[in-house]
Design a protein. Sequence first.
Length: 330
Amino acid sequence: MATRYPMGNYMKQAGALLGVSPDRVLRRVGLSNTLLEEDFSVTAEMFFRLWDAMSAEADRPGIELELATAYAHGPFIPPIFAFSCAETLASGLERLADFKALIGPAIMEVSRPGGGLHLVLRPADPGLQMPARMGLFELLYILECARTFTGVNLRPVATGLPGPLELDADALAYLGVAPDTGDAVRLTFSAEDADRPLITRSAALWETLEPGFVEQLRAKNDTTSMTARVRQSLSEALPGGATSIEDMARRLNVSKRSLQRRLSEEGTSFQNLLSQTRFELSEQYLKNSDLSVPEISYLLGYRETSSFFRAFQGWTGMTPGDYRTKGTAV
């Protein structure tokens, strides 16, 4: 299953900053504006398409610098916070690289060739190309964060963009060095700047918050389908009577609407999975245990045994007792 990335809140924030209608951006790529009712997620390909659509809808130069400076001083973004708590610029960017996947479809690599500090940002999917204007935003954003967290007006040694792009005067002046055109976002700092301490560093705060960040990354990298997660969770939750989609959404830490959409994308629904899981478990209990029918009914989350009888007859055309007898005879 393709990895998905949060986009809904970002579109609302960026739209407000740029004076752009998120509805119009969604229409440009053929998506419904009902997605804006929550923080929806998209594939890497759609993420890039939405970025291009946002740029096209704004239709003016300089939006990348506007967004970069606003975001560097605006909403709380966990990977950027991780960066800010580090001891030095180099360790901060290395930490940002660890958690970058939480906020976008990109892989970030940090190295120290010759003592300097070299950063490369590529699409997480090697079959895709990051839009050049998005690459410019990433370049400006990381540089603005680096300047803010060090308290120094750092000047890169070199920069690069994933495709040709004519920069406006403000963006070029901000970078201080014209970017090369290549296959990735690139940013290089001197050895002196690499080891600069961050004025925002806080080892104690990071120690407190790091486990939560690591868990978010683990969950992000979990490629198990939502169908499999729901089936597993139902097996655990049914004996406690958790049989509603609201119960399941809470257990899986997603919204009801997100859960419905994810299951629909995988070609199923919560009610189908609930019925399938109950049937499969009932078969196991009837064939491989001495549990009574009322006990099995309870374990499947039915409040009334009669409800289990009706459901089982609908699945098999037999009563649970007849099914168990037939299985034993075979």
